[in-house]
Design a protein around this ligand. Structure first.
Ligand SMILES: [Zn+2]
Length: 410
């Protein structure tokens, strides 16, 4: 499942962005995106009765088309008769496997991956890969894991890495976004640790695009939703990354670094702690809980709604659109102030063990959800604290300001 950030996008603005300037290759260090992950165990009886020697192993990014692998190896058991490369973009994503072509000498292997509309990843996704080989005597050998990145060498990008995150930003995005994101994620580290029982197990990536065309290129059609909407961001556990288009008229870099990226990384934690399906206000409120600076602004907005009797109910599906984010956020603030600073963590532990979201909340508060909601509304200062009867669900329309609507898809 993936999260998309959507907004109404002016096609006129797209035209004004103009042509891309293609610049040379930035210096990119060796990836260490698994620095915090546990290395996989070595296969038993690896290599069989033969001596195996790896002479060379390479990964080449051919972005935006795909990437390729080459391997030169020999076995004392004879020619290599079967070879496959396996890779994954994060330790929690599924593996992909490609059979390699082997040259006549039985020592040189090549495997190629080319994107298709249904199988594409953004530039700068991490690639963890290894080979499975078989020689003509039937000995099997698995090579050690190697790490690479799906580099975009057709444009100029910058890269900054810390213990918390790897940030990539395209030329055109203000350079402050790198250090600001590193600083924000470092300040937020203790808060993630306090609020999630299960760690990510990998270092998340943030990929920030300077324009819509570059974002849309890696997966043609991805940006198109219809009805005047385009997708300008996506967060996926299968890449272990969030990819976002930067728009200075919508969000300054301070907000991208302090609010958007910590929010999207929280979605990655949700994947690792029970999943992201279910109630929108529960999921988006929880992710918004990890934004660093937006809290006071949201609190003023929601308390005003409460004062004016406009607070939506959380019964049934609860609110959609912006209200799901704002009221959901305030719900988690209330829950942790009322039931302890670890209430978010304990709720998600129950969700991870299979408890439905509302039942998990009821277990934390030890009372029916409708009573919790009345207390929540009272705490917010609602003039009508009694929980109103939910209205039938109406299709909601996005206002012409940025919104962050999740569109679940798999
Ligand atoms: Zn979100």
């Amino acid at each position: 499942m993936m999260f998309k950030r959507e907004m109404v996008f002016s096609w006129l603005a797209l035209l004004l962005i103009g042509a891309l300037i293609v610049v040379g290759v930035p210096a990119i260090g060796q990836s260490s995106f698994l620095a915090t992950a546990t290395p996989p165990p070595s296969p038993t009886n690896n290599g069989g009765n033969a001596q195996w020697t790896i002479h060379s192993s390479t990964f080449e990014s051919n972005f935006p088309k795909g990437f390729s692998f080459t391997l030169e190896a020999t076995s004392s058991g004879g020619k290599i008769v079967s070879a496959a490369v396996l890779w994954r973009h994060s330790p929690v994503s599924s593996r992909t496997r490609r059979l390699a072509t082997i040259d006549e000498s039985g020592t040189k292997m090549t495997a190629v991956w080319e994107k298709t509309p249904g199988d594409a990843v953004p530039q700068w996704a991490g690639v963890e890969y290894w080979w499975l080989l078989e020689d003509e005597s039937g000995n099997l050998y698995e090579t050690p894991r190697q790490y690479a990145e799906y580099a975009d060498n057709t444009r100029k990008w910058s890269r900054l890495e810390s213990d918390d995150i790897i940030v990539f930003w395209q030329e055109g995005v203000p350079d402050e976004v790198g250090p600001l994101t590193i600083a924000a994620m470092e300040k937020q580290r203790a808060f993630y640790e306090q609020n999630w029982a299960n760690p990510l197990g990998y270092k998340p990536r943030a990929i920030i695009y300077a324009d819509f065309q570059t974002w849309a290129e890696w997966s043609p059609g991805r940006g198109t939703v219809g009805g005047g909407l385009v997708v300008v961001g996506q967060t996926s556990q299968s890449w272990g990354a969030t990819a976002q288009v930067y728009d200075p008229f919508i969000q300054p870099v301070e907000e991208v670094a302090n609010d958007t990226i910590p929010h999207e990384v929280a979605h990655l934690y949700q994947y690792a702690n029970g999943g992201t399906s279910g109630l929108t206000w529960f999921i988006e409120g929880s992710a918004t809980f990890f934004e660093r600076n937006s809290g006071p602004r949201i609190e003023r907005r929601v308390r005003r709604m409460a004062r004016e009797g406009r607070l939506p109910t959380l019964q049934e599906q609860g609110p959609g659109g912006r209200e799901a984010y704002d009221v959901g956020y305030m719900f988690w603030v209330w829950l942790t102030e009322t039931y302890g600073a670890d209430a978010h963590r304990r709720t998600w532990e129950l969700v991870r063990s299979g408890r439905p979201q509302r039942a998990a909340l009821e277990a934390i508060a030890n009372k029916p959800f409708i009573e919790m909601e009345t207390e929540f509304r009272t705490w917010l200062g609602a003039i009508n604290p009694e929980v109103p009867t939910p209205l039938p669900t109406l299709p909601f329309f996005l206002p012409p300001t940025p919104t962050y609507e999740p569109t679940p898809r798999r």
